[in-house]
Design a protein around this ligand. Structure first.
Ligand code: NAD
Ligand code: ZN
Ligand code: ZN
Length: 355
């Protein structure tokens, strides 16, 4: 029976309030409105950013309204399209984008950035263009995280927040392009613009960091030093291209001093993929003073990092990147809180939920 135009009843992992585990609930997903697309999510990654908005709102995250369906790193199939949608049809394989690409705004026209602002205010507050969400539970509106909400079997997204992909793409793998892989890889290749034969350090070897290692390797870096406080990450980092790994806890000196000594003056590129202001400062200070570039990919919204003016004055560059693999494990939706546990304990690089 066709579901086009009907409300779809399905399962979703609902965050009723911050700091509490997700609850698997029956939700209603309304049909897509104008310029919207309803998709069946096939696989979703569990990103550190999902964790941060649930468990670290008081630490470094701005407030997001609850109840909320998290999830923003996914792949799926178009179920139906709303009026005036021209680029997508039912059956298309797609990756939803938490950062839209309308192709028309000033920022989309500018080659210097990918920061489209279409629907920005709305999606940041968990609603679509008309100010409401398409997901409800127990007759209550459930907000859509970054306008995506992939921890649901079905969701509705704006047609500017969607990328069509090849029909033979393996959705349980390409979902990682929806955040972690694109962010880490892009941090190295697009934002840092890592050069051939350069020295690189990647701080944090989760999905984002490993993708950054991969980006450095593809760019032809000579040395790629992986830095993590969890040594279980080192083997994988080496498989992705790290030439050596360092655990800051094995040293009495600061990690920046260790890296400067290891590289005779500092690395050319340091990529921060942790989301900690202290690590950001360390990453900056581990670069060569006259030309080093530090790119911040790790996320925090309300915290500040310390930058000694002299560290910049000598010629270093500090930049940030927004949205710019391999799944280790697959779990069903009802195991989503286990996935958060695996992410936090570092036992899995990225857990992909099959819906
Ligand atoms: P993750 O939890 O999988 O990996 C983080 C890694 O950092 C872990 O291996 C952890 O052991 C390590 N770590 C923690 N403290 C450290 C320290 N002091 N020194 C060195 N390593 C340390 O996380 P992830 O999903 O890969 O995300 C990484 C960061 O990137 C998060 O802050 C996330 O919110 C952010 N992020 C940003 C964007 C963006 O658009 N810029 C997109 C996705 C994720
Ligand atoms: Zn993410
Ligand atoms: Zn735009």
């Amino acid at each position: 029976m066709s579901t086009i135009g009907q409300v779809i009843k399905c399962k979703a992992a609902v965050a009723w309030e911050r700091g509490k585990p997700l609850c698997i609930e029956d939700v209603d997903v309304a049909p897509p409105k104008v310029h919207e697309v309803r998709i069946k999510i096939i696989a979703t990654g569990v990103c550190h950013t999902d964790w941060e908005y649930l468990y670290e709102t008081e630490k470094g995250m701005k407030f997001r309204p609850f109840p909320l369906v998290l999830g923003h790193e996914a792949a799926g199939v178009v179920e139906s399209v709303g009026p005036e949608v021209t680029k997508f049809s039912p059956g298309d394989k797609v990756i939803p984008l938490f950062l839209p690409q309308c192709g028309e705004c000033k920022r989309c026209q500018c080659p210097k950035t990918n920061h489209c602002r279409k629907n920005w205010e709305n999606t940041q507050m968990g609603v679509l263009a008309d100010g409401t969400s398409r997901i409800s539970c127990k007759r209550q509106q459930v907000f859509q995280f970054l306008g995506v909400s992939s921890f649901s079997e079905y969701t509705v997204v704006p047609d500017t927040s969607l990328a069509k992909i090849r029909s033979d793409a393996p959705l349980d793998k390409v979902c990682l392009l929806g955040c972690g892989v694109s962010t880490g890889y892009g941090a190295a290749v697009n934002t840092a613009k890592v050069e051939k034969d350069s020295l690189c350090a990647v701080f944090g070897l989760g999905a984002v960091g490993l993708a950054a290692v991969m980006g450095c390797q593809v760019a032809g870096a000579k040395r790629i030093i992986g830095v993590d406080i969890n040594p279980d990450k080192f083997e994988k980092a080496k498989a992705f291209g790290a030439t050596e790994c360092v655990n800051p806890r094995d040293h009495s000196k600061s990690i920046q001093e260790v890296l400067v000594a290891m590289t005779d003056g500092g690395v050319d590129y340091a990529l921060e993929c942790v989301g900690s202001p202290d690590v950001m400062s360390a990453a900056l200070e581990s670069t060569a003073d006259a030309w080093g570039t530090c790119v911040i990919a790790g996320w925090t919204e309300t915290e500040e990092m310390k930058v000694k003016v002299l560290k910049i004055l000598m010629g270093r560059t500090l930049k940030g990147t927004y949205f710019g693999g391999e799944p280790k494990m697959s779990l069903p939706l009802d195991q989503i809180n286990v996935a958060f546990g695996l992410l936090k304990s570092g036992k899995s690089i990225r857990t992909v939920i099959n819906l």
